[in-house]
Design a protein around this ligand. Structure first.
Ligand code: FMN
Length: 153
């Protein structure tokens, strides 16, 4: 059974909701999941899991979560070769070119740590409420597991 770590950053709860949906979808696929808040998590914990997921908010026109900066800076220095990663997050399309830029930034950090992208990044506008949002997050989880399984062959 694969294991997964889902790490979220949130102020008003939307990204925690996204993380909860991803966690539940992974569990439904038979993955053993640990979910935690970013300021309570050491990035090196990813070394103990098969599938690594970050779900960050974006603030102040492109700013990363303040309480997640230590985590973000530690991530690229890890050796996550052989791990599957995915990044999903909620932002607000109102911020146009800054929409969910934290999602892209964490994706680059994972790549520097030599993890393999298991699913395309998912960007959710505000709360994950619509059928489409839920379907996107479920598909994200499924792709992560499929990529993990393909890598075992
Ligand atoms: C002051 C402020 C700045 C924000 N800046 C951005 C931004 O640059 N890009 C973006 O996509 N969303 C931005 N947002 C929107 C939040 O990312 C969005 O509401 C998100 O769902 C919050 O996630 P949370 O509920 O997990 O805290 C901003 C919101 C506030 C209040």
């Amino acid at each position: 059974m694969p294991t997964a770590k889902v790490v979220f950053a949130t102020i008003t709860g939307n990204n925690e909701d996204c993380a909860d949906i991803i966690t539940e979808a992974l569990e439904d696929l038979g993955v053993q999941v640990d979910e935690s808040e970013i300021s309570q998590t050491d990035a090196a914990e990813f070394e103990d899991y098969d599938i690594c997921v970050v779900v960050p908010y974006t603030y102040d026109e492109g700013a990363l979560p303040e309480e997640g900066l230590d985590f973000y800076e530690e991530l690229p220095d890890l050796d996550l070769n052989g791990k599957i990663f995915g990044v999903a997050g909620s932002g607000d399309v109102f911020y146009e070119e800054f929409y969910c830029v934290a999602v892209d930034a964490f994706g680059k950090a994972f790549q520097k740590a030599h993890a393999s992208q298991g699913a395309e990044p998912v960007k959710i506008n505000l709360a994950p409420e619509s059928e489409e949002d839920l379907a996107q997050l479920d598909t994200f989880a499924k792709k992560l597991v499929d990529s993990y399984e393909a890598a075992q062959k």
